[in-house]
Design a protein around this ligand. Structure first.
Ligand code: GLN
Length: 301
């Protein structure tokens, strides 16, 4: 693996005509120009390679669900699974359909309903500030930098327009699957989603999940294995099957256009391009992940 390979992918991406559309339902993200791209790869030998805008912070949005899940599993262990499942949903990230059919138990911790419940669990006995500090602290420890912050404007923007998520939270509450007031859990969830990182930082943070670091890790091997399994089956919502087919690696996307991809024991990869495809996953980012997998043969299959 060389930086040349990443630069070639970058150049190929810039030949695309279609870059997708930035998330329209979050006003702060809607106006971001889509023709932007970054890729960073951390390898087992400690090297980290980059191409494109790899030092530009972006809104990690649902990529944060990987870290809130890790924090929740670390603190509460298997307790989470009585309230959230581990099956792919085959529905969009903010769908309400299955919640009604399945009595308010979200399919997995990566669809919005499941992530809202995960945040609700993490809030047990604590203030939002403390729960957020725990998630941010975990990310900073994983990335080995304190220069990672929450963008309050993005969180507020989503709070003002997030009717879907409000509906999901109230629906969860009606089924007894929310222990805090919907606004409290949602406020925490929106702030967690509004964390900003560069691809360089996100790839560094992914090393614990890829088991690239010798010695004590921030995430236990058991939890890393399980989080990777969920990323593979559920990390791209109703685009998860296609991502597994094209890329063959666990991945987690966010509507900010970021994707964290893990090649177990080989590499941690972060990609960003803010235009989204029909499933709400980065359009150019997904293409780049497929190109990288093809060039490197890193597919787990
Ligand atoms: N904050 C976003 C939302 O709740 C996250 C969704 C996503 O990134 N897929 O809608």
């Amino acid at each position: 693996m060389t930086e040349r390979i990443l630069q070639d992918i970058h150049d190929e991406i810039f030949r695309l005509d279609d870059w997708g559309t930035p998330a329209q339902y979050i006003p702060e993200l809607a106006c971001i120009p889509p023709r932007q791209f970054a890729i960073s790869v951390c390898l087992a030998n400690g090297d980290c390679l980059n191409a494109g805008a790899s030092d530009r912070p972006f809104s990690i949005q649902s990529v944060s669900k990987v870290f809130s899940l890790a924090a929740t599993l670390g603190r509460f262990g298997d307790q989470l699974w009585s309230r959230v499942g581990r099956e792919p949903s085959g529905t969009s990230f903010d769908s309400v359909v299955l919640l009604e059919r399945e009595n308010g138990r979200p399919r997995n911790p990566f669809v919005n309903a499941g992530a809202i419940v995960t945040t609700d669990v993490l809030l047990a006995g604590r203030q939002p500030k403390q729960a957020l500090a725990e998630v941010l602290g975990l990310i900073r420890a994983m990335a080995e930098t304190d220069d990672i912050h929450i963008n309050d404007k993005v969180a507020t923007s989503e709070r003002l327009t997030g009717a879907r998520n409000k509906a999901l939270a109230h629906y969860l509450q009606s089924h007894g699957n929310l222990q805090n007031e919907p606004d409290l859990t949602l406020g925490t969830y929106f702030h967690q989603c509004a964390i900003e990182m560069t691809t360089r930082q996100l790839a560094l943070a992914g090393r614990s999940l890829a088991r690239l670091r010798a010695g004590p890790n921030v995430i236990s091997p058991r939890h890393a294995r399980r989080i990777n399994a969920l990323m593979m089956t559920c990390g791209h919502y109703d685009g998860s099957g296609e991502f597994a087919y094209q890329v063959g690696l666990p991945g987690k996307s966010g509507v900010g256009g970021g994707i964290l991809v893990i090649a177990p024991r080989v590499a941690s990869i972060a990609i960003w391009s803010p235009g989204l495809n029909l499933y709400g996953n980065s359009h150019a980012g997904t293409r780049a992940a497929a190109m990288l997998a093809q060039t490197t043969c890193w597919s787990v299959f």
